[in-house]
Write a new protein. Structure first.
Ligand SMILES: [Ca+2]
Ligand SMILES: [Cu+2]
Length: 347
């Protein structure tokens, strides 16, 4: 190779690599400026950094790929609103209890008048805890792995011997729908409607199977805290968590919301009716006036959304954006929590 050519090649490659460096620098700077702008915007936002503004719009609610109560799919319009970025944590709930002296449903004795047939020794404070037996006969009877544990509540998620000392940033669990309403009121917020919840979960994407899009492992990693392994005995925790995860441990959706799939079920405001979607109003539906669940016709239930760390593909795909959970409002469970919504001007 002639020296001149070599020189020009060296010269050119210096320019090229210098150019690449410059491009890299510009991109890094742009990213930094973008993040700073986002932070400044968030700090100016009326609801602070921990809530995201969900711009109003229209979406297709429900799914043809899930349970019957997700049908028919129907168009829904939602006004803009604020949504907690994270599930309410134990630390946040503790502040509420400290400030108000609030006693949760699970910490109170069940009213004997409401449970006339229950044996007296069962009418003690407690909550429903996930306690899988060593072996299950089939996945048809969920009573096999759920049991009423005396002394279980938000401070003692697995019963009297357990605590939340290392779980301050985990979602609060064992909260009844009434507990969530009381917290929301205290915080100057409210529970989201079921339509708002699904709209926010879908992040502006139409009829996608996941809160973040179409691919289960979109970023080549677990995108949510659910169950891996043979349910309910083999908990492989391939996503990093056997139980609840600290809120925000997984990527957010395009509205900036974390854990809209998995981690804990989230109570929403609405009553549950299996047939609601066939008569739901189009504009800002707030749910039916009463409850009906054909599986348990005598029990009035509220809706939960988002699935939990116990969702297994073998049993319950509750992490799907359209999936609906139905539970009596006085029930706390080791996989049920919530997040709040709020009405305030757009940022
Ligand atoms: Ca997990
Ligand atoms: Cu589930």
């Amino acid at each position: 190779m002639k020296p001149a050519t070599r020189t020009s090649i060296i010269f050119v490659s210096i320019i090229v690599s210098g150019g690449a460096l410059a491009v890299k620098w510009v991109m890094r700077e742009a990213g930094r400026v973008g993040r700073e702008q986002e932070t400044r915007r968030a700090l100016r936002a009326p609801m602070g950094v921990d809530m995201a503004w969900i711009p109003g719009g229209k979406f297709t609610m429900g799914s043809n790929d899930g349970q019957l109560d997700e049908r028919p799919i129907h168009d829904v319009k939602v006004k803009g609103f604020w949504m907690d970025r994270y599930e309410v944590t134990n630390d946040q709930f503790a502040k509420f209890v400290e400030a108000t002296g609030y006693v949760t449903t699970a910490e109170q004795s069940p009213d004997p008048a409401l449970f006339p047939d229950a044996p007296k020794e069962n009418l003690v404070p407690g909550s429903v805890v996930f306690t899988p037996p060593p072996r299950v006969e089939s996945l048809n009877n969920h009573m096999q792995w759920w049991s009423y544990a005396k002394g279980a509540n938000w401070r003692h998620p697995e019963g009297p011997g357990s605590d939340i000392k290392t779980r301050g940033s985990h979602p609060v669990v064992h909260v009844s729908w009434f507990d969530c309403e009381a917290y929301a009121k205290w915080a100057g917020k409210r529970l989201p409607t079921e339509a708002e919840w699904e709209y926010a979960c879908r992040g502006g994407l139409e009829q996608n199977p996941y809160a973040w899009g179409r691919e289960r492992f979109e970023k080549g990693m677990w995108m949510m805290n659910i169950w891996q392994g043979q349910f309910p005995n083999e908990n492989l925790a391939q996503d990093g968590f056997k139980g609840t995860a600290p809120v925000g441990s997984f990527p957010r959706n395009s509205y900036g919301l974390y854990d809209m799939a998995g981690n804990v079920w989230e109570w929403v405001a609405d009553w549950y009716r299996s047939d609601y979607y066939s008569k739901s109003p189009r504009d800002n539906p707030t749910g039916p006036v009463d409850s009906f669940d054909p599986d348990e016709p005598g029990v009035q239930k509220r809706v939960g959304r988002g699935g939990s760390y116990l969702c297994s593909d073998m049993y319950c795909k509750g992490y799907r954006p359209a999936a609906r959970q139905k539970t009596s409002p006085d029930t706390g469970l080791s996989h049920t929590g919530f997040r709040c919504a709020a009405d305030a001007p757009a940022p």
